[in-house]
Design a protein around this ligand. Structure first.
Ligand code: ADP
Ligand code: GLC
Length: 481
């Protein structure tokens, strides 16, 4: 099958969160299964230097964006047996510090940047030498392409238009703009109505994709149910209407990347049958962070975007209480909302000998934290899939997660199923419930036999992409609802 993926971030080229990991790994897996896969993504700052093998194509693009004509060009990176990556080069839009914005803020022209991106995706899909049978769009930044494809199919004679699949990674981010923004698409206003691109008098990119895509997927089965019930961030009703065409497919893990052996980011190797390297990794991490090198002090960790979604506001008072009363350490790596950055920095100052907070983005350190920590905290308000809990399972860091979205689909709690337990789950997003979960973790830590069992089970859990990729292939072929 010929598949063109469209995503505003793709690992290893650009990343702010799990979207990049997902698109990078799914495209690689589908290519590995023998499909002809390409990925379309913006050429952000520094990419040409980091990937000198990319080549400029003999292809100039000139497309209207509202009242102006915008020019761009394409670069291509090919690697035998893997997906071809097409980069959209439009320096005014994409050659900037930051992907969506800088220092916790967003660029004021993101609508123009990503509507142009969506237009160019459709232009590429229509005119490339080997056109796709499936156009796989990811999130609001690519979603308007669904309408553009249909318009060209219905009105502009595109008889071989691809099927359009839209994957919803997080319905809280919708790309909702003023009605005027719709004019940047240069489409007739007849699409701008409540059953189309309009949402509460504005133009909503994600809703547009939901209305016009042939099929919809999201990144875990439980999140698929949640967003059609009460967690659709306003799109619940729209999603219910399209629920017949919505499938929840759990993301996988790229175990070539997230591995505890022969990993360039890790000094000490380990595996489920030999955890000595994990103890060494913990000591190395404690030392690197300036914490006491103490093998018997439980080390809790979080690596995360500092966003409301992640429940870090609830975690803060819980940590205050638990750190004051218990021997434990905590490390956080993350960046995002300035108020959360500030609050966690303050926590680190108050518990200078127990807490380290690193504000920033650091891939190597994220691997070292997964490998060196004992428990990994994800108290998310909601979590479409979540990848870090799966990474921490593989790295023997027992996940403590709220029972929501993909966290619920990927972690097993002792109370639910002692024979398959690999983590700790709690239900309510509240200080008492999260405090109880951390107390439970401390009891597990004190019971070395149980800790070993949970760790080994987590490490042998298999979330490789093969099965999920096959589910995507099935979804691509399912007739539209
Ligand atoms: P989300 O996509 O909502 O942020 P996920 O759990 O799906 O959540 O994916 C987060 C990804 O981003 C993981 O690969 C995680 O390691 C990475 N990540 C998040 N924050 C940082 C950071 N500050 N430094 C390095 N990696 C980070
Ligand atoms: C989004 C979600 C996250 C998910 C990721 C990849 O960023 O917040 O839960 O794992 O997309 O699908």
């Amino acid at each position: 099958m010929k598949i063109l993926m469209v995503s505003s971030e793709v690992h290893p080229f650009s990343k702010t969160g799990g979207l990049a990991d997902m698109v990078g790994a799914l495209s690689k897996t589908l290519a590995g299964l023998g499909h002809e896969v390409s990925v379309f993504t913006p050429l952000y700052r520094g990419l040409r230097e980091r990937f000198p093998a990319m080549e400029q194509m003999d292809w100039e693009i000139r497309l209207p964006l509202g009242g102006q004509m915008v020019e761009a060009s394409l670069w291509k990176l090919t690697d035998d047996g893997s997906a071809t990556i097409y980069f959209l080069d439009q320096p005014e839009f994409y050659d900037r510090d930051g992907i969506y914005g800088v220092a916790g803020g967003v660029f004021p022209d993101n609508e123009a940047r990503y509507l142009f991106f969506s237009k160019c995706a459709v232009h590429l899909a229509r005119h490339m030498t080997s056109p796709p049978e499936v156009l796989h769009l990811h999130d609001w930044q690519a979603a308007p392409a669904a309408l553009l494809v249909n318009h060209q199919k219905w009105r502009e004679g595109w008889g071989t238009a691809p099927r359009v699949c839209l994957t919803l990674h997080n319905v809280a981010y919708q790309g909702h703009f003023s009605a005027n923004t719709f004019s940047l698409l240069n489409l007739p206003w007849e699409y701008f109505h409540p059953e189309g691109a309009e949402f509460y008098s504005g133009f909503n990119c994600l809703k547009t994709g939901i209305m016009y895509a042939d099929l919809l997927t999201t990144v875990s089965p439980r999140y698929a149910r949640e967003i059609t019930q009460d967690q659709g961030h306003g799109l619940d009703g729209v999603l219910r209407k399209r629920a017949g065409g919505l499938t929840g497919i759990l993301n996988g893990v790229d175990y070539e990347e997230w591995r505890t052996e022969d990993n360039p980011h890790l000094e000490h190797e380990f595996n489920a049958s030999d955890l000595r390297g994990k103890a060494k990794g913990k000591a190395a991490l404690q030392q690197k962070l300036g914490l006491a090198v103490s093998p018997n002090t439980p080390l809790f960790a979080a690596v995360t975007r500092l966003a409301g979604q992640k429940g870090l506001d609830i975690l803060l008072p819980v940590l205050e209480e638990m750190l004051a009363a218990n021997e434990m350490q905590f490390v956080l790596l993350g960046s995002g909302e300035p108020s959360l950055e500030h609050a966690y920095r303050t926590l680190a100052e108050r518990f200078a000998d127990k807490v380290v907070v690193q504000i920033g983005y650091d891939t190597g350190l994220s691997h070292q934290i997964e490998a060196g920590s004992d428990f990994f905290l994800m108290p998310s308000r909601y979590e479409p899939c979540g990848l870090n809990q799966m990474y921490s399972l593989r790295y023997g860091s027992v996940p403590i997660v709220r029972r929501t979205g993909g966290l619920d689909d990927s972690v097993e709690d002792f109370n639910d199923d002692p024979l398959h337990a690999n983590g700790v789950k709690f239900e309510e997003l509240s200080v008492p419930a999260l405090t109880d979960a951390i107390r439970k973790a401390l009891r597990i830590y004190a019971d070395k036999e149980l800790l070993g069992i949970l760790r080994r089970r987590g490490m042998s859990a298999d979330f490789s992409w093969g099965q999920s990729a096959r589910e995507y292939l099935r979804a691509f072929q399912t007739p539209s609802a």
